[in-house]
Design a binder for this molecule. Sequence first.
Ligand code: PMP
Length: 394
Amino acid sequence: MERPLLMIPGPIEVSPAVVAAVDGPPPGHLAPAFVEAMGRAITGLRGFFGGAEGTLPVIAAGSGTVAMDMAVANVVGPGDRALLVNTGYFSARLGEMLRRRRVEVVELEADCGECPEPAAVGTLLARGSFDALCATHVDTSTGVRVDVEALAGLAREAGTLSLFDGVCAAAAERVDMAAWGVDVYLTGSQKAVGLPAGLALVLASPAALSRRGGLAEPPPLSLDWQAWAPIMEAYEQGRPSYFSTPATNLVAGLDASLNELAAARWGGHEGRDAVFARHADVAAALRQVWAQLGLRMLPAREEITASTLSAILYPEGVGPELVKAIGAAGVVVAGGLYPGRQGDYFRVGHMGHSTTQPDHLERLVRAVATGLRECGHGADPDAAARTLHGALPH
Ligand code: PMP
């Protein structure tokens, strides 16, 4: 039987070039070819996320959660105040991290599938003196996307540092750190960045770095930007350096993946513009298929609906057995994740390599239609495939 296709919101299918790059005997962390790959990856990340010259990208072994901890622990400390825009399960995790750092957290929480209006964030920022504004770019539990440009702009106006968890958004949804005033942006390797899990990626603006310098209580050593900065600077200048062993195979994969992102072409766009346009177009085409299948999305409005995943409400009379039925049709999708609402919807990831592969997308929509049919909800896989191909730009 054909290997099941992995279409959950991370980890994702990765490209053959990335598989080839991470395969093989582990490179030493001081080997010349590795030093070059690391240097290119550092420069590449800063460029891809639109960081200013003094922006520090940190590439460390770890998960997305490690990246979140690194970000939080370097910009706030005991007694600080943070405003948290809470759009779901992963925003709540950010809140937990802030509280463990003994930060006073004020939460602006949206109903499941909704997103607070930026104006409400602006009002709170103007009223209180906050040391940080924190939000989840795309909360993977709801498929809701916040407006990072608007939120970072408001934070900048208020003189507040801004920090975004981009784990389920980075390399798919646009971010322009310097132009938008984003201070900290973080992700993990296993989503749209296009690698297996295992790298924590954090970008820190010059303002965020100087915040670290002023912290009374330093972060745990393994997460400390002051320990990482000279290492990243050395690698970027082509000099081997050591603080904590990098995940060398994965860094080789990151170099390959950033090369692919830079070489992307889509609808007259190039590089990262092509990557963002491709994710938006694929997500829109899939939404047409879901609508044709009689399915409704969890996010309340299209403008807050992420391009990286679809959170889809189960139709009347269908429940979590649908995830199993789609799996039996050869495609792995995920169940719901929002506390208390897990049984109401399922989630389909559409990021990275699969967005360049129409046959992956066709297998996905056929499997969803087949699963629905198996669950007694009329659906035609051929019609779903036709809708997909009609909706994808040619
Ligand atoms: N934030 C978001 C938005 C995520 O989607 C995830 C992973 N699903 C994480 C944080 C945590 O990442 P990890 O599972 O790699 O620790």
